[in-house]
Write a protein that binds this ligand. Sequence first.
Ligand code: FES
Ligand SMILES: [Fe+2]
Length: 321
Amino acid sequence: MEAILPGAPWLIAHRSMLGINKPYKISLNGQDYVLWQNQQGEVFALDNICPHMQAPLSDGWICSDRGTIACPFHALEFDGQGRLHNADKVGSQPLLNSLELVIQDDCIWTYGGYSPKIPVPDLIAKVSSGMSFLGVAGEKSIHGTFLDSISINYDYNHQSGTHRDLFGIKANRIPVFEHDGYYAKVVQELEREDSTWNDILRNPVILTAPKTYTGTLEYAFPALTTFRTDFSLGEILQVHALYPETATQTKTFVLVYTQPKHPILQPLMGRFVLNAVATVIEQDTRAIETSYSRQPAKIRLPNEEIMFYAQKLYREWLNVL
Ligand code: FES
Ligand SMILES: [Fe+2]
């Protein structure tokens, strides 16, 4: 396949997603890779295809004493540089390509083998400062193109339909939309409908949600959408990562950070927030996967210029030096 946005930095995982000494498979722009993290926190990434008879190394296992990955087919072992380990001998040349990684604040980034066109953004460190990492939610492969998948993150009208039963939104105002190159910031004010008894029974925490709340969204195109909001229990930050697995499949996951108003609220907030984020991702995925293929829209809605801004960056990517 032709690479989508070659030279973009992609957030492919958070350390917590890898575990220790466990193969973790990713697909990026049509190539499969296997990643693993050792006890010391070093992370390796190799082509996922065994150079012997093409078995997927991610189905194999890690030999922690030698720091190698063993192939599931004939158990040949390769180190993090892709060199064959045979008894005590180490091959002099790598037989597998390794994928170059950039690790920042427990986040694992890669350019997927392309030369960098823009730097790895420092947005996560900036927006999460003073908050604690809660976990990862909503890890999912969406059957949809990267453009369709990213567009929903810049679409300020989809909450009313796609997330109707979660928020019951009555009014939606956008007092701020500013952008500077690949960075953008949006402030959104949402006014919720009155909760019904059914809503409260289904989700009692709704009682603690304010009638009107303000979300601040900051974007580092194309990899990140961050969403920070203040609830009565505390502050919540979601970092939505998106990267193209193939031409028609897009990976997403959300890093969630919190700052509870009181430490005693952390466990309650933790469970509620991770479940809510997973539900939001399910709903977005459904919207993307069930829509018919894009035709020029015959109707315009307010604030769509935010979505057009992202689509323009996508279209003009190759023209940028
Ligand atoms: S296919 Fe991997 S060792 Fe044979
Ligand atoms: Fe959404």
